[in-house]
Design a protein around this ligand. Structure first.
Ligand SMILES: Cc1cc2nc3c(=O)[nH]c(=O)nc-3n(C[C@H](O)[C@H](O)[C@H](O)COP(=O)(O)O)c2cc1C
Length: 204
């Protein structure tokens, strides 16, 4: 039995992601679309992908311009996300946002958490969306906490540091390590060296 739209949405709603705005240029200036379906694809060469609805205005623009920007939003940039998703009454305000032009020609929003300047290298049909594969020509980042999207809403990351095996391992190793006592370590090194020097027949 095929999966129902409710089952499909119900499962996928439990997937947490960051929030980005994919920017490109159109007749009216800068065009942006809020995108959660962004992920890294390859390190060498540096590739990322975004999945864009074929009905979205940005779809044709990305295909035509052959370049786009990915702007990763900070926690305090929720309103930008809402504007680019067409969910804000002040919709038109997006074109007036501060941007700069990156080397591919794609517009990049100023003051985002991180940005990637991409040239379009491949596109694949995926049902009602298209997978756009971008080669990352330049990238940068600032400071802050990423905006998170999960269960049809924006979420805040708890600021209690990284978890997981690597972080726990690091913490255990630090806890086991005895406190450093510089004097003792130096004395032990000195004792070891002396007999070795005598063996080689050195007097000093
Ligand atoms: C958090 C969030 C994530 C979204 N992710 C995507 C996405 O990955 N791909 C997509 O095509 N639309 C996504 N959308 C919907 C588009 O942002 C929205 O439909 C937009 O208005 C389409 O652009 P248009 O109005 O210019 O056609 C997302 C919306 C939100 C709020």
């Amino acid at each position: 039995m095929p999966v129902s739209p409710d089952q499909f949405r119900g499962a996928l709603r439990r997937w947490a992601s960051g929030v980005s705005i994919v920017t490109t240029r159109g007749g009216r200036g800068v065009q942006g679309i809020t995108v959660a379906s962004f992920c890294s694809l390859s390190l060498d060469p540096p590739l990322i992908l975004v999945c864009i609805n074929r009905e979205a205005r940005s779809h044709r623009l990305i295909a035509d311009q052959r370049c786009f920007g990915v702007n990763i939003l900070r926690q305090d940039q929720l309103q930008l996300s809402e504007i680019a998703a067409g969910r804000e009454p002040a919709g038109g305000a997006f074109e007036r946002l501060a941007t700069r032009t990156a080397s591919t020609g794609a517009p990049i929003l100023t003051n985002v958490l991180a940005w990637l300047d991409c040239s379009l290298v491949e596109q694949h049909e995926g049902g009602d969306h298209t997978i756009f594969v971008g080669r990352v020509e330049a990238a940068g980042h600032g400071d802050g906490t990423p905006l998170v999207w999960c269960s049809s809403g924006y979420r805040r990351l708890r600021e209690d540091g990284p978890q997981g095996a690597a972080a726990l391992g690091r913490r255990r190793a630090t806890a086991r390590r005895p406190p450093r006592r510089a004097g003792k370590v130096k004395a032990a090194r000195g004792k070891k060296k002396r007999p070795a020097a005598r063996k080689r027949g050195r007097t000093r």
